[in-house]
Design a protein. Structure first.
Length: 141
């Protein structure tokens, strides 16, 4: 089984597959304070195991808009806290290395990294187990 492991302390997302591929990616968890439309507080993706995470192909992901950049990975979180690139108020949210901007609770990667990760996930069957740990102290901005 393909696995992703996110360590919120290290801001690291580790990818490992059955065929021995392993990669590490920088992945930030800073989020903007406030509430969503249902009145729930913004907070980062909670610790836990998320079964059946999957990636959109780049063309589909880019149709989501500049807030999400060039890649989008669905975690299965009930509140839609997923993994993506972009950043709507950045100078170029579609650049390979667009910079960092907080989200409303999602994890943010650089576009080049989330595209590479998405391609690997799709190539390896696009059914991934994501484990999140040490994310209880994600920084509210």
């Amino acid at each position: 089984m393909v696995k992703l492991h996110y360590d919120g302390k290290k801001l690291n997302l580790h990818y490992s597959s059955d065929n021995g591929k392993e990669y590490d990616f920088e992945c930030h968890n800073q989020y903007e304070g406030g509430e969503n439309e249902e009145g729930e507080p913004h907070e980062s993706l909670p610790n836990g195991i998320y079964h059946h995470a999957w990636a959109e192909d780049t063309e589909t992901a880019m149709n989501n808009g500049k807030s999400y950049g060039c890649g989008y990975i669905h975690t299965g979180d009930a509140r839609g806290r997923d993994i993506h690139g972009g950043g709507s108020s950045l100078p170029n949210p579609y650049a390979d290395y667009q910079g960092w901007l907080c989200t409303y609770g999602c994890l943010r990667m650089q576009n080049a990294d989330v595209v590479k990760l998405s391609e690997m996930m799709i190539e390896d069957g696009n059914d991934v187990e994501l484990t999140v740990e040490n994310n209880e102290k994600a920084e509210e901005i």
